[in-house]
Ligand binder design. Structure first.
Ligand SMILES: Nc1nc2c(ncn2[C@@H]2O[C@H](COP(=O)(O)OP(=O)(O)OP(=O)(O)O)[C@@H](O)[C@H]2O)c(=O)[nH]1
Length: 888
């Protein structure tokens, strides 16, 4: 029985199939052993398949390749000849097939054919007929004196010939017919026995063989029919004596063999007739299968010899392996089990073919795999163009090549090996396929994100004139279309795993995630713009409300006629109203814009909640800025001055000594001082309570995420964790600051009071009239001296004219300007320096305000400068914020 062992490379190969030269595929021709260059001359007489020492020739496949047999598949025939030694076997074959087997010289009468030789039919080469692919085996003759009693080789060679050949020519002399030993009947008995055992596992699969009896030196005295009958009777007798395996007891010899008989004239005595008959016989070997059903006795000279049922179905490219395996089994006296041998051969060859076809597949696929791996390693998976086409072509080619070469082998093995190859190929293709989809996924998502960002940026450059939702939708559609195109392009025909539906679902989901992230970013940008707008609006309106503090009565900021002067007591009410109205306006704008992004109601709620909290922060900061030490002191001073230095009609007071300066001072001062506690706490006058900040902000929406909260400042009374009450949140000035402010204000007010007092006294100290009379009386002599002296008089007149001209032509101005130019220039330089300093820092403005108010004369310049700067800044900022307003 044939067995199999696991080859080191993982392949199962028949134990019988040892080191041999690979027959390889029909397209390859690398059979020649290393260092040996096969040539036709070398095989002029054919190849000795098995030598006299029973060694199998490893170059058989090389020979078959040289003779171009390897690629013919099943399109070849094998015929063997055996019979007694020196019965003209080689001579017959050489005549029939143009072979050049060694022929014994007439005189020596010794064995020439040793072992088993094989040669390809050399006739009809040009005709390219089917006969061209006939392989002929010349088997060492039996009964030879060289081997003596040792009949082992002839039995083994007969068995080998039977296992491989379609037709067995039994060569015998006419006079041997009827003799048991001479007609090789003993040998034939063995052949029949072995034939039964060859296919014992599956008796139905036993292929028929043709036993072609060639009777040599037929003299014609005994008709061929008689000789045939004698032989047939002998064969039937042998068959009946065979011990048949169970189940085959009633089998007939005709079930397994067809017979043909031909007689040839004596070659020496009737050479021409001999050649004529041989030529006639040779045509039978070159005929096609006109009637494949032909069976039984093939004596009709017109009938072909090679019938399909005789073919052993061993593909030509596997023949040498098969033959070697068979011989190995025979020579080692193992049970020869041809079906198993054929299965093993099929496994071996299928594996070999599989490896061969994978070489071309590797050449196409490996570079693609390497490229993918490299791209993934450097973190840039790319969609490989033409990958789909390459994969389809490679898969198709590998399977087709395999099918072409392996489908001739055992069907079951072929099907199994084909599936194995397919799964091997598909594992690699699937990996490529999935990595390609992964690359398409990643690059698609990146591209989507980039193109949305680019479109948004270009929209921003064009004045925020863009529709975010529309950009996202159009880019998403593009990204999906691209993914589908990439997926379709990489589909592998016939591969059940080749579908991208699942990946498309994941891709779509990822795009949704990215869209949501981009929308969130866009919402943040929107929120930032809205917050800036709120800051700008609150900066103006809250600043205005605080400025009104300085216009409590009259002054430049006095209310218009008919307008009710603003009450200082409801300052916070007005601020709260302005604040809530501004934020409500901003909320409306935010909501409208966010809806256009396709933002969910939850996302809008979160955005609004954040906006309210941030807006409160803006208001707090603005209030803090307004009540900053210098600012609030200035406001209080202005409030006080308006009350003290202007009357109820807004007309500046000219202080006279008779005025009740002290009374008015005390009244104005007390009235202003009363503002300090009012300013200290953000409290609504109508409710005498802080504004309902917690209710106004509202509780955080359920959908708020930690990321939404991380940049939010805590608010007292709203955030419980803050540990600060609403009262504390609403405290604008601490007690300490109030005290400090009070002291500073009083000092400022005192300064104003002293100035007023001095002004009142200054109005009283005029030059008395008698002083002028006294001057005239005491200077009389000097006046007269000037009038009487002509030189003095003329000088006086000239001075008078000069003074008059100067006065009438207003020449004093230019002179004075020239005088002042230098000092003005110095002042401008000083202003410029101060401007630079103030512009460079926020605290500069505070410093300006504080130092400006402390210095009454030069403070005017600083005030002007600071106002200029603030106005300049304000204009710039207002410009930006107006842009934001448009964006929103
Ligand atoms: N009488 C006769 N002699 C023949 C015939 N054919 C060949 N011979 C001669 O028989 C001798 C042996 O011929 P081979 O062809 O070498 O015989 P063989 O059977 O191949 O011999 P081995 O290979 O040694 O077994 C040669 O001298 C041939 O000339 C034939 O038809 N009749």
């Amino acid at each position: 029985m044939a067995s199999s062992t696991l080859h080191p490379n993982g392949d199962r190969r028949p134990t019988a199939i040892k080191h041999h030269t690979s027959p390889s595929l029909m397209m390859n021709s690398h059979f020649a052993p290393v260092g040996e260059s096969p040539s036709r001359e070398q095989y002029e007489h054919g190849i000795q398949v098995i030598d006299e020492d029973k060694e199998f020739n490893q170059n058989l496949s090389t020979y078959l390749n040289l003779e171009k047999i390897i690629p013919v598949g099943f399109n070849y025939h094998l015929i063997s000849v055996f019979g007694s030694q020196s019965t003209g076997k080689s001579t017959l074959l050489n005549y029939l097939f143009g072979t050049e087997f060694g022929v014994m010289s007439e005189r020596e009468r010794r064995q020439t054919t040793k072992g088993i030789w094989m040669s390809k039919n050399k006739r009809d080469k040009e005709a390219k007929s089917m006969a061209e692919n006939i392989l002929v085996m010349d088997v060492e003759g039996t009964d030879g004196r060289e081997r003596g009693e040792d009949q082992d080789f002839e039995r083994k060679s007969a068995l080998f010939a039977l296992a491989t050949s379609e037709v067995l020519i039994v060569n015998l002399w006419e006079h041997q017919v009827g003799l048991y030993q001479g007609a090789n009947m003993g040998l034939l008995k063995t052949v029949f026995e072995v034939n039964l055992q060859l296919f014992i596992k599956d008796s139905k699969s036993i292929p028929k063989s043709l036993l072609f009896f060639v009777i040599r030196d037929h003299l014609g005295t005994t008709p061929l029919s008689n000789l045939r009958n004698t032989l047939l009777q002998d064969l039937a007798r042998i068959w009946s004596t065979l011990s048949k395996p169970s189940g085959l007891e009633n089998s007939r010899i005709e079930d397994y063999f067809d017979f043909a008989f031909v007689a040839l004239p004596h070659k020496i005595l009737q050479p021409e007739k001999f050649e004529e008959e041989v030529e006639k016989l040779s045509t039978r070997f070159r005929k096609g299968y006109n009637d494949p059903k032909t069976t039984g006795l093939l004596d009709d000279e017109s009938l072909p010899v090679f019938l399909p049922q005789y073919h052993r179905r061993i593909p030509a490219d596997g023949f040498s392996v098969y033959a070697e395996g068979i011989w190995d089994q025979i020579v080692n006296n193992k049970d020869l089990d041809l079906p198993t041998q054929q299965e093993l051969l099929a496994q071996f060859r299928c594996d070999e073919i599989s490896r061969e076809v994978l070489v071309a597949f590797d050449e196409t696929i490996s570079p693609l795999e390497e490229k993918q791996t490299h791209d993934i390693t450097i973190g840039k998976p790319t969609v490989l163009p033409e990958l789909g086409a390459a994969m389809n072509a490679a898969r198709l080619a590998v399977m087709k090549d395999f099918e072409t070469n392996a489908s001739r082998y055992h069907k079951g093995v072929y099907t199994r090996k084909r599936a194995e190859l397919e799964s091997k190929v598909d594992v690699r293709l699937k990996a490529l396929f999935q990595k390609q989809l992964h690359a398409a996924h990643k690059s698609g998502v990146d591209m989507f994100s980039d193109s949305v960002s680019t479109a948004v940026k270009s929209g921003q450059k064009k004045g925020n004139n863009y529709d975010f939702a529309q950009i996202v939708e159009s880019e998403k559609a593009k990204a999906l279309a691209k993914f589908e195109a990439d997926g379709k392009a990489v589909l592998v025909e016939g591969a059940p795993w080749s579908t991208y539906e699942q990946e498309l679902v994941l891709y779509r989901k990822k795009l949704e995630e990215v869209s949501s992230r981009l929308r969130k970013e866009e919402m943040r940008r929107l929120a930032t713009r809205v917050e800036r707008w709120v800051r700008s609006r609150l900066g103006e309106s809250v600043g205005l409300e605080f400025n009104k503090l300085g216009t409590g009565r009259g002054g430049s900021g006095a209310p218009e006629v008919g307008e009710k002067p603003p009450s200082e007591k409801d300052l916070w009410d007005r601020i709260w109203t302005v604040f809530t109205e501004t934020v409500a306006d901003a909320e409306g704008r935010f909501t409208d814009r966010a809806r256009s992004f396709d933002a969910s109601p939850e996302e809008v709620d979160v955005g609004l909640w954040r906006l309210r909290r941030k807006s409160w922060g803006v208001l707090s900061a603005k209030v803090d800025e307004e009540v900053m030490e210098g600012n609030i002191l200035l406001k209080l001073r202005e409030n006080f001055e308006d009350k003290f230095r202007y009357d109820e009609h807004g007309v500046p007071r000219i202080w006279r000594p008779t005025d009740d300066i002290e009374g008015m001072y005390t009244k104005a001062r007390e009235s202003t001082i009363a503002l300090i506690p009012l300013l200290a706490q953000f409290k609504l006058a109508r409710t005498s309570a802080p504004p309902p900040l917690d209710a106004w902000i509202g509780s955080p929406p359920l959908s708020v995420s930690p990321a939404d909260e991380e940049d939010l400042a805590p608010i007292g009374g709203v955030d419980e964790d803050e540990g600060k009450s609403l009262e504390e949140e609403m405290t604008v000035l601490s007690d300490y600051k109030q005290q400090d402010l009070l002291v500073r204000f009083k000092k400022t007010a005192d300064g104003v009071y002293v100035e007023a007092k001095r002004s009142a006294i200054g109005g009283m100290t005029q030059v008395p009239l008698y002083f002028y009379g006294l001057l005239l009386a005491l200077g009389w002599n000097e006046i007269m001296a000037v009038l009487r002296n002509p030189v003095y008089f003329i000088l006086l007149i000239l001075v008078g004219i000069g003074a008059y001209v100067t006065y009438t032509l207003n020449l004093w101005g230019p002179i004075a300007r020239m005088a002042n130019a230098a000092s003005q220039q110095a002042l401008e330089v000083g202003k410029e320096r101060l401007r630079e300093f103030l512009e460079s820092s926020d605290t500069g403005r505070q410093a300006m305000a504080m130092s400006g108010r402390a210095n009454s004369t030069r403070g005017r310049d600083y005030d002007e400068i600071s106002m200029e700067i603030l106005n300049g800044d304000g204009k710039k900022k207002r410009g930006e914020d107006e842009d934001d307003l448009d964006d929103i």
